[in-house]
Design a protein around this ligand. Structure first.
Ligand code: AN0
Ligand code: CP
Length: 318
């Protein structure tokens, strides 16, 4: 594996899940793999779980990890080719990325969408410019349209939790939020569950909240949340802003917030969320604090997902 940007970078999701579960059982078994290798974690946006779990994963593999909050401590980067840099950007990515490429063996980047310029966001301009100019493997810590380490973790968590021989029914449900939020987690969860192919997969959201079909094709779209939740084994709760009316908040209907009443219709479903979560806006306290919630297990598994990905990349650069 060279870069880790989407589910398409993984040839065998099942084998990667087993690799991650192997690291969970024995975190330090590949401590020699990353010796004398350095990983850079570049943040253009905030993070808690992704930042810490990726650092821990790198350390478990014997790597040196350096975090750079470029949004706070660095020069403001320009990404547009041929830009006349007379505005507030100070350094072009084509100058900065090769330098980072000489300092590190792997470069990880978190860069959220603008939610203003749909074309630029969905072209993944920022992360693609790093791929073009850094010359080393690039790992997405959430980009403009996808959050692959999160979705990989989510599949690990589902496999670890669901022990029946049949396919689980997995429902991705939109939830309310007060602010415009990226589509990344929803897009990515859909992309990975479809690529994994081991579930009955339903997505439910208000009309006009359709995600990009390039990620959702293969899932059943159901506008009636109550109907969608019937018999669900897993309910993944997430807000996203509109893709069609790009970046807009079109609905604030609190009846979409997941409560214990919603869960009554499910098959005793496990409830998932990537976190951070707005309590009593997206999900009720009662659900989050109940035994149905596996959000902490998801967050814990972020370490093993990152470790499996970094190990794959190390094998290809060693
Ligand atoms: C971000 C998002 O939904 O993409 C990060 C989630 C991991 N969340 C917020 O902006 C609240
Ligand atoms: N779930 C997730 O990516 O969390 P952070 O934004 O805290 O990294």
């Amino acid at each position: 594996m060279k870069n880790f940007i989407s589910a398409r970078d993984i040839s065998n999701i099942e084998a990667m899940v087993q690799k991650a579960i192997g690291y969970k059982a024995d975190p330090f078994k590949d401590k020699a793999l990353g010796i004398n290798k350095r990983i850079g974690l570049l943040f253009l946006n905030p993070s808690m779980r992704t930042r810490l779990s990726t650092q821990i994963a790198a350390n478990n593999l014997g790597m040196d990890a350096i975090v750079f909050n470029i949004d706070k401590d660095g020069w403001k980067l320009e990404f547009e080719e041929g830009a006349i840099m007379s505005g507030n950007t100070i350094e072009h990515v084509k100058d900065a990325a090769p330098i980072l490429g000489s300092y590190f063996d792997i470069l990880c980047i978190r860069t959220f969408p603008s939610l203003v310029n749909k074309h630029e966001d969905y072209s993944e301009l920022f992360i693609n410019q790093f791929i073009k100019y850094a010359g080393i493997p690039i790992v997405s810590l959430e980009s403009a349209t996808l959050h692959p380490l999160q979705s990989f973790t989510d599949i690990i968590t589902i496999e670890e939790t669901f022990k029946e021989l049949r396919k689980p029914k997995i429902v991705l449900t939109w939830a309310p939020h007060i602010k415009p939020i990226p589509q990344c987690v929803g897009n990515s969860f859909a992309e990975w569950i479809n690529a994994w192919g081991k579930a009955d997969f339903v997505i439910t959201h208000p009309e006009d909240y359709e995600l990009d079909t390039k990620f959702t094709d293969g899932a059943t779209i159901e506008y009636d949340q109550e109907k969608a939740l019937e018999g669900a084994d897993f309910v993944y709760v997430k807000n996203w802003s509109s893709y069609a009316d790009y970046g807009k908040v079109l609905c604030n209907d609190s009846s979409w917030m997941l409560t214990t009443e919603h869960l009554a219709k499910t098959n005793n479903a496990r409830v998932m969320h990537c976190l951070p979560v707005r309590r009593n806006v997206e999900l009720s306290d009662e659900v989050l604090d109940s035994a149905s919630s596996i959000v902490n297990l998801q967050a814990t598994n972020r370490v093993w997902a990152a470790q499996a990905v970094l190990a794959e990349i190390l094998h290809s650069v060693n």
